[in-house]
Design a protein around this ligand. Sequence first.
Ligand code: GDP
Ligand code: IMO
Ligand code: MG
Length: 429
Amino acid sequence: MAIDVILGLQWGDEGKGKIVDYLAASYDVVARFQGGPNAGHTLKFDGKKFVLHTVPSGIFRPGLINLIGNGVVADPITLAEEIRKLEEAGVDFKGRLLMARKAHLILPTHRYLDAASERAKGKAKIGSTLKGIGPTYMDKTGRNGLRVGDIMQRNFEEHYRNLKEKHLSLLAIYPDIDFGLAEEEEKWMQSLEVLRSLELVDGEYYINQALREGKRILAEGAQGSMLDIDFGTYPFVTSSNTITAGVCTGLGVAPDKIGEVIGISKAYCTRVGSGPFPTEQDNELGERLRTEGGEFGATTGRPRRCGWIDLPQLKYTIMLNGVTQLAITKIDVLNNFDTIQVATAYEVDGRLTDELPYDICETDISPAYEAFQGWRQSLEGITDYQGIPLAAREYLRALEAYLGVPITMVSTGPERSKLIVKRVNAPTP
Ligand code: GDP
Ligand code: IMO
Ligand code: MG
C-alpha cells in the first residue's frame, strides 16, 4: 500500500481539518507529520464544532488510528487540554491515539523565547502564533531538544532543567516580557502524565508495518506550502517542511511509498501573520471576504488577511508537492460576488511571469488578473458536480485548465456533509 497525503497549498487554513475528517472514513490510519499547536484544524459535524491543534483530524471516526508523528512538535499542555475536550465530548480514543517517541517536546521556555524573540523583532515580527514552534525546531536541529520518549527516562528531569537553564540564559539577550514561568512549568509537569498515558510508539516501525499489512494511511499536513521553511515566503514562514517531502522525514516513510497527494486551496486566498501576499485585498473587498468567509484564526482568533486566488502561487506549490488531485474549499463564500478575480501572472519589472521571484518579500509584484462572472446564488443542497451553477463550474474548469490537475472535491460549507465529491482516488471504505 501507499500512503496518501493531504496538505494545504496556500498559507494555511485551507480547510484541511474538514477534508481529512471527511476522507478519514476511507482510511485505517491518519497521521500528522509536522508542525504543532500552531495548527488549528476545524471540524464540524452533527451540529458540533471541534478545533484540533495536535491531534490528527481522524479522531472522530470510530476505530481509526491517529498517529502524531516524529516530525511534530508537541506541547503537553495543549495536548492535555485537547484530550480533555475529547473526553468531555465522549470520544473513545483509548488505544487509537498514538504518539511517536521521536516527536520533540515544546517546553514552557520555548514559548517564552518565542514571545521574547518576536518582541525583539518589532515591526519585522513574523506574526508567530507564539506556541514555541520556532525555538523547539531550533533545539531539534541544534541537537539540544527533548523528545517525547525521554519522559520515560530516569534522568528526564535533569535534562529538562539543563535545557531550561540554557533557555533562561538566552532570554537575557531579549527584552523583558511578562511570562508566568513557574505556573506554566507546573501545568507542563502535570500534563506529562497525560502524555505518559498515551500509547508511545516507534512511529517509523509502526507506519511501515501498517503499510506492509495493507493498511490505508492518510498523512495530514499542517500550515500550508507557502509557510514551508525552505520554499515559503522566508523568513515569514513556519519552522518545518510543510510539503510532501516532510511526510518522509516526519513519519519515516520512503519517497516511493507516497501515493495520492491531495492539495487543498480555498476558492480565494488568506494569510494570517506578516509577510508577502501578492493578491491581498487590503480594502473593502478583502473585508467582505473576511466577513463572508468567517476569516478569523482558529488558533489565535486573529483576523486573516484576504485576497483573490493566486494561480502562479498554486502552480508553484503543486509542483513542489507533486499534487495529483485538488480540493477547492469555501467556494460558497463567493456566492454573492458579481465578479471573481483570478491572478494568472505576475508583472515584475515590467515583464509578465508565472514564476515566483527569489525574494518575494522585497520584489514589487503586480498580479495580472482575469475576471470571472459570479454565480450569485446559494449552493445549498447541491450534492453533485453537475448541479453546481454553470458560472461556478466555468470558474473551476479555468482553475483546472491552468493548473493541470483535476479538481476532485469542492467544499460548499464548513460541515462534513457539505462536500461535492467528483472523483476521489481514495481507497474504498
Ligand atoms: P485548516 O487549518 O486548514 O484545517 O482550516 P481552519 O479550520 O483553520 O479554517 C478553515 C475554516 O473554514 C474553518 O472555520 C472551517 O469550519 C471553515 N470551512 C471549511 N470548509 C469550508 C467551506 O467549504 N465553506 C465555508 N463557508 N467554510 C468552510
Ligand atoms: P493550520 O494548520 C495559518 C503562521 C503564523 C505566522 C507563521 C509562523 O491551521 O493551517 P509559527 O507559530 O509557526 O511560528 O508562525 O506561520 N501559521 C499559520 N497560519 N494556519 C496555520 O496552521 C499556521 N501555523 C502557523 O500566523 O505567520
Ligand atoms: Mg487552521
